[in-house]
Design a protein around this ligand. Structure first.
Ligand code: GLU
Length: 951
């Protein structure tokens, strides 16, 4: 480009040398490396020549930027063209050099640069606004905005004179102390670290003074470090502010104010831009089209035009037709009209593209007229104008924009989101590359914000709470701490981490709907192996079941004893050979009853066998019961012996509170868990709070430190923390586990300033994410998959503890036993009643009498021997023999009374085996029946023979 430029330069130098007689030549030294200023100069010369009899001509020399020798040569060359004045160059050092030549030769020099003109060299005509007047514009805007603190960020020392009046604001108003911080940006393109330092100061208002080429980059980095939220305000000092792309800042919420010297939509400006573009295209031989965009005209270009117009107007006004003839770089003379022309220019007043052009008595452009602009969602908006004479005049009330609720209210805005390095909510990315900005972080909370930003179209910058303090109210200072304080101060917009929604916090800030639910529980070492227990055979049944079992044993034994007494069939003839025994025996003595039940429980049996239906029913129910109970016991005992038993030092929070093993415990310092114990009115939790309060050394500042203490071999420590975080830790640390259930139920939410308009859209988006299942997928990803998740997944497999059987497991069999026993009782009762009825009939007494006698005997519990009832022998004669006969008939039906008559064995019935006893009993029964029949027939026969007369 520069080689090409050099070549073009030769041509133009030649052009300049052949000036046309009758044309008034104005020279220009162009050193900006583009065609823009040359084009602007040419367009201005053309415009100045319109309708002029003796037109003006441009003689342009291009030089490399900052090359003093070339600039001097260019000046000398131009002087050969009898010039009326010279424009340029732009570069400060060459400008000053050319200025000294021009000054010596009294050739007026046109300048349109913000150079210090403190030497007030009288041959220079600088149309750039004077720095004092310029800085006054911004001082007035700051006053209107009533800032009591602000930071001036400037780029280089050349900007310092332009902030002169702004700094003086501090002295002007001695009543209100204005805090002004002045910060210079470092060399290079990365201002972020400097901006972060500025951010740490907490300043909310900023004045930016920098070149237009750097302004977009600076604003971008300001946004990146999170200095462009709703609470921040900016004043941009560069006059070309309107030429930059403000799209990224339109919706950010920050108030951004700037100025302009002309409205780009004005016809004159648009015409100038058109001519300029055409000229650039011509100069670049068609290579550059539309060099200046519709709103891209800078102040310098407009000033080049204005300076030429002003100067040529002065030449015309003076009627000058001859330039600096015979004036060369070597001549000792100066141009005769030079000083007169300069004086004339300084008295002139014209309306240029950049407003009113007028000089003060010092030759400086101090009378200014500018528009004051503000960045709005729709673009730039003029909010007023400022003139040196009248100061700021508002054309629109500065009203804070009304925030609409709904997702649109967040669109395009930029927010600072604070988080903490607390896994898995916010973590530093593991990467071999050096990462910048938001890219440095990942995690569950980070991903939620990414999703919310996509849904609500906002931008964000993450900030880290380095000390990990989420925030609690400090009653001593009356202030909130940590993240909460930053939200309340407006230093950050949102906070996301494992930040619990608590009643106290809800009073100070707003929370979105919870994105996760959890409760407080205990993190402790995994249970250790239980030492072998000598009495582990007790374990298969719970103590309650053992108790019931013992009760059932006693109950059924007692029942059998009773049933034995009730059931008539259980009363047996002890001496089967005695036909009519005086007494009957019963096998169901108290001891035998207990022996029978015990024998079946221990699956060993006994020699006692029930005979009556009722005792058999009760016995079989008991056998069924023992069958189930013994099988259950055996099965569970096998489980107890094969499964490794664990020793649980604590199983619940009450174990921890009562602390039999002297386990120390604590919760995260200043966290919601600690607050829970503090605020609770539960006696147990209060006791725990008092312990924690008395042992501040037990309160780790982060969950990670808490985990290390739990794992420590040297410490016996339990950490009270939130279940969701425990879930994450136990996936990766196989030597720790959650102990007990949840003490409460609460949630994590995103915190923001009280009455924030963003709560509604953020909550809606969180609910949407939940409904779409995205949050639970994210949870699975960050809990179970990423960063070593799932390591301990198989760890607990097969380690299910054997549990003692409780009543719920075996209750049914007790019910069956009880029902069976009930039926047996009914049965025994029926049997007894029937037997009483028979006996009553047989012995010719009333049923009631017999029943009372029987019951008396049963409940007298007077042993296992029962006397046999016989009929009373009170009658005489034939009446008596009839009764005898009837009795004999009864004997046939009553097997019991005849059963033993054919046997004379004197031994006790109970001494025999039940089986053989039963067989012999049946045999005896039939013998007895036969004998009774025989006796009956023989008696009938003898009675009949008595009826026959003896002779
Ligand atoms: N989530 C808690 C909070 O918001 C921190 C952890 C805890 O206290 O267990 O303060």
């Amino acid at each position: 480009m520069y080689a090409k430029l050099k070549c073009l330069q030769c041509l133009i130098i030649l052009n300049g040398l052949f000036y046309v007689q009758g044309e008034r030549t104005i020279g220009a030294i162009i050193d900006d490396g583009s065609f823009l200023f040359e084009a602007a100069f040419n367009v201005a010369i053309t415009a100045a020549s319109e309708n002029e009899e003796s037109p003006f001509a441009a003689s342009v020399v291009r030089t490399p930027p900052g090359d003093i020798m070339e600039a001097e040569t260019a000046m000398c060359t131009l002087l050969e063209s009898n010039i009326f004045g010279v424009y340029g160059p732009k570069t400060k050092s060459t400008l000053h050099h050319v200025q000294s030549i021009a000054d010596f030769l009294e050739i007026p020099q046109l300048i349109a640069e913000p150079v210090e003109t403190l030497n007030r060299n009288w041959t220079a005509v600088n149309l750039y606004p004077n720095h004092i007047a310029y800085s006054q514009i911004f001082a007035d805007i700051i006053k209107i905005k009533a800032w009591d603190e602000f930071t001036i960020i400037y780029e280089g020392s050349e900007h310092l004179p332009f902030i002169d009046n702004i700094i003086s604001l501090q002295e002007l108003d001695s009543e209100v102390k204005m805090v002004i911080l002045v910060v210079q940006l470092p060399d290079g393109d990365d201002y972020r670290s400097q901006l972060k330092t500025v951010k740490a100061s907490g300043s909310l208002n900023y004045v930016i003074s920098c070149g237009i080429d750097k302004l977009p980059l600076i604003l971008q980095q300001i946004q990146q470090v999170g200095l462009m939220s709703d609470d921040h305000s900016y004043i941009i000092m560069d006059p070309d502010f309107q030429t930059i792309d403000i799209e990224p800042y339109k919706h950010g919420g920050s108030n951004i104010t700037g100025i302009r010297f002309f409205d780009p939509e004005l016809e004159d400006i648009q015409n100038f831009i058109t001519s300029l573009n055409a000229k650039v295209k011509e100069l670049s031989e068609g290579q550059i089209e539309n060099a200046v965009a519709e709103n891209g005209l800078t102040l310098n270009l407009a000033l080049v035009y204005d300076s030429v117009i002003l100067y040529t107007a002065a030449i015309n006004a003076m009627g000058l037709e001859e330039g600096a003839e015979n004036i060369t770089c070597d001549s000792d003379d100066s141009w005769t009209f030079g000083s007169t022309l300069i004086n004339h220019v300084r008295t002139m007043e014209i309306d240029g593209l950049t407003g009113l052009i007028k000089f003060d008595e010092e030759g400086l452009r101090s009378e200014l007229e500018v528009d004051v602009l503000e960045v709005m969602a729709h673009g730039f908006e003029k909010i007023g104008s400022w003139t040196t004479e009248d100061g700021f005049t508002e054309s629109r009330k500065i009203v804070p924009p009304v925030e609409q609720e709904g997702s649109d209210s967040m669109k395009g805005k930029h927010f600072i989101v604070i988080t903490a390095l607390s896994a898995p909510y916010g973590m530093l990315k593991e990467s071999s590359k050096q990462l910048e900005g938001n890219d440095r972080y990942e995690g569950f909370g980070i991903e939620i914000i990414e999703e919310l930003a996509k849904m609500n179209e906002f931008n964000y910058t993450f900030d880290i709470q380095v000390d990990g303090v989420y925030g609690s109210y400090d009653s001593k200072t009356g202030k909130w701490t940590g993240m909460m304080e930053k939200i309340m101060d407006g230093r950050v917009d949102f906070a996301i981490t494992d930040l619990t929604i608590t009643a106290a916090r809800q009073k100070a800030v707003d929370f979105t709907s919870p994105f996760m639910n959890l409760g407080i529980t205990i993190l402790y070492k995994k249970p250790t192996k239980q030492p072998p227990d000598l009495f582990s055979f007790i374990s298969p049944f719970s103590y309650q079941v053992w108790g019931y079992l013992a009760g059932a044993y006693v109950g059924v034994s007692a029942l059998l004893f009773l049933l034995g007494r009730f059931a008539p069939e259980e009363w047996q003839n002890p001496y089967p050979c005695i036909e009519e025994p005086e007494t009957l025996d019963n096998q169901w003595t108290f001891a035998n009853s207990f022996w029978f039940t015990l024998g079946s429980v221990l699956t060993q049996g006994s020699e006692i066998a029930p005979i009556a239906v009722s005792t058999r029913m009760a016995g079989s129910m008991w056998w069924f019961f023992t069958l189930i109970m013994v099988s259950s016991y055996t099965a569970n005992l096998a489980a107890f012996l094969t499964v490794e038993s664990k020793f649980y030092a604590i199983k619940s929070v009450s174990d921890l509170a009562n602390n039999p093993y002297e386990i120390s415990y604590g919760a995260k310092k200043g966290g919601a868990t600690y607050s829970f114990f503090k605020e609770s009115d539960n006696i147990l939790y209060q006791k725990m709070y008092q312990y924690m309060d008395a042992h501040p050394e037990m309160m780790p500042p982060t969950n990670d430190i808490g985990l290390e203490r739990v794992k420590s071999e040297t410490e016996n420590y339990a950490f009270l923390m939130e279940s969701s975080s425990i879930e994450y830790l136990v996936e990766r640390n196989c030597d720790v586990a959650q102990v007990g259930g949840l003490l409460d139920s609460k949630g994590y939410g995103i915190a923001m300033k009280k009455n924030s308009p963003y709560r509604q859209p953020m909550s809606e988006s969180i609910l949407q994410l939940q409904e779409q299942g995205k949050i639970s997928r994210m949870k699975d990803k960050w809990w179970k998959e990423k960063r070593g998740g799932g390591v301990c997944a198989d760890d607990d497999e097969g380690s299910g503890d054997a549990q003692p059987l409780v009543l719920a497991n075996v209750g049914g069999v007790f019910i069956v036993l009880a029902a069976g026993s009930g039926m047996a009782v009914i049965c025994a009762f029926v049997e007894m009643m029937f037997d009483v009825w028979l006996t009553a009939r047989r012995v010719k007494v009333s049923f009631k009498e017999e029943l009372i006698a029987e019951l008396k005997f049963i409940f007298s519990f007077s042993g296992d021997v029962k006397p046999v009832r016989h009929r009373e022998s009170t009658g005489s004669g034939s009446k008596e023999s009839k009764k005898e006969e009837e009795k004999e008939e009864d004997d046939v039906e009553s097997h019991r009374e005849s059963q033993n008559r054919d046997e004379l064995a004197p031994s006790r019935h109970s001494e025999r085996s039940s089986h053989s006893h039963h067989n012999s009993h049946s045999r005896r029964q039939s013998n007895a029946i036969q004998m009774a029949r025989m006796r009956k027939y023989s008696r009938q026969y003898s009675n009949k023979s008595q009826l026959i007369p003896e002779n």
